[in-house]
Design a binder for this molecule. Structure first.
Ligand SMILES: Cc1cc2nc3c(=O)[nH]c(=O)nc-3n(C[C@H](O)[C@H](O)[C@H](O)COP(=O)(O)O)c2cc1C
Length: 194
């Protein structure tokens, strides 16, 4: 089939979020100017540069994460492992702004080192970020948030022989609809000329 998004897809569910998959999940933590903490998953998320390291995620409405990081200029990206799938999902509920999803989803919190922001204490990795740009995207209320990584946490048991080893924690990925995937099979390829 072929469809133009402007004309609709005619399917029972929008296939768009099942096309670009699997997507990593950025579990974004923020702290408001008044000290309230927030945690929510975003799968329109990725790393976008090495030097300096930068990441982005996008908010398809003005959600609490975006409101809070506008106040403080910082956020933290926590990597989600398979073992944390239910807590990640619980944190995605549409809670009032005053609700701390760390408490709601029973996620242990720690403070970041380089920014005034909470992080998921036992996440396989966490990236402390300073907001560099917030871009208004096409559409009524779509926003892309870019951040420079100012601090990196790696859980000790995820490091093996100097390598951040995904088989030690099994990253969770978002597929379309209500589906997820978990990274369990890993193989290597040498690039041409290597
Ligand atoms: C796995 C997963 C991925 C999600 N990805 C996004 C996303 O990329 N952008 C977005 O705006 N909402 C996304 N959501 C929905 C938000 O997590 C949800 O709206 C949440 O309540 C926002 O929280 P906040 O208002 O505290 O920021 C996702 C939800 C789940 C479960």
């Amino acid at each position: 089939m072929f469809y133009r998004p402007a004309d609709g897809h005619g399917l029972p569910h929008n296939p768009f979020n099942a096309i670009v998959t699997p997507r990593p999940i950025g579990w974004i933590s923020t702290r408001g100017a008044d000290g309230r903490d927030n945690l929510a998953p975003y799968s329109f998320f990725n790393a976008v540069a090495y030097v300096p390291p930068q990441v982005m995620f996008s908010s398809t409405a003005t959600k609490d994460s975006l409101s809070l990081l506008r106040e403080t200029g910082v956020f933290c990206v926590n990597v989600v492992e398979y073992a944390m799938r239910d807590q990640m999902n619980a944190s995605s509920g549409a809670f009032d702004r005053g609700v701390d999803e760390f408490e709601q989803a029973k996620v242990t919190k720690a403070d970041c080192e380089t920014i005034d922001c909470p992080r998921v204490a036992n996440a396989p990795a966490a990236l402390e970020c300073r907001v560099t740009q917030i871009l208004k995207l096409e559409g009524e209320d779509n926003h892309a948030i870019f951040g420079e990584v100012t601090g990196v946490h790696l859980r000790d048991d995820c490091l093996k022989d100097g390598v951040f080893d995904v088989t030690r924690f099994q990253p969770l990925a978002r597929l379309g609809y209500r589906d997820y995937s978990v990274v369990r099979d890993v193989f290597s390829l040498n690039r041409p000329g290597e």
